[in-house]
Write a protein that binds this ligand. Sequence first.
Ligand code: ZN
Length: 276
Amino acid sequence: MSKLIITAAVTGAFGTKSQNENHPVTPKEIAEEVYRCWQAGAAIAHLHMRKEDQTGSMDLERFEETVKLIRAKGCDIILNLTTSGELGTTEERRMAHLIKLEPEMASYDCGTMNWMHTTIFDNNPKFLEKLGKTMIEHDIKPEIECFDVSMIENAKYYISKGIIKEPAHFQICLGAPGGLPATVDHLLYMKNNLPKNCTWSAFGIGSGHMPILLATMALGGHIRVGFEDNFYLKKGVKATSNAEFVERTVRVAKEFGVEIATPDEARVMLGITKKA
Ligand code: ZN
């Protein structure tokens, strides 16, 4: 069995301090949480930014400041910058930080969907083509986020057109209102529809977190954890830090007899060229 890559999604675009007071929001808070997660065993950090009022932001300067703060700590975690999370923003703003900062990874949400029963998560075909080409041009590995199986089929199309390079890396996202619920049945169906030559990871939001984590580990997938997906470690117990989710994943992996991948090991497994 290959080593386990843990992604820490420390902030997301929607959770706030009123839901969990330990939720990082500022660049400094986000950098500190990433550092804790890295020390606990995370190989990848998936980053969102927030405005002063805690709403999601694609602000280039905030991304830049956060990346600098993380690297200043001597932390070599793979940085996966989001390309979404600011409602109503432009496509240019969703890609500006990729062009300027050239992170090792970025999210690639492989289809448009109704989001949280309130809005549209717009990932139209023209945008996905531009985003894929931008990522190839700047040597950024896409984390292909799929909220239902049609998004996996979209990804296969973009792979066939050379817009996504193989081997592709998938994130199976379960439990978001508007996407597939976080059940083991859905996980299995998604996993069985992935292209042969790929790596994959998964997460479940809310009460689906642990069932998806355990089933993913049993199926040989990688794991994403963090406040983007969950505020509670278990019913009634709020996490004090994103690192608690990472630490629990490491404990479970040990019981499975699975070793944890370091950032450099994850780079080799995912075919990522290390950047400064
Ligand atoms: Zn995200």
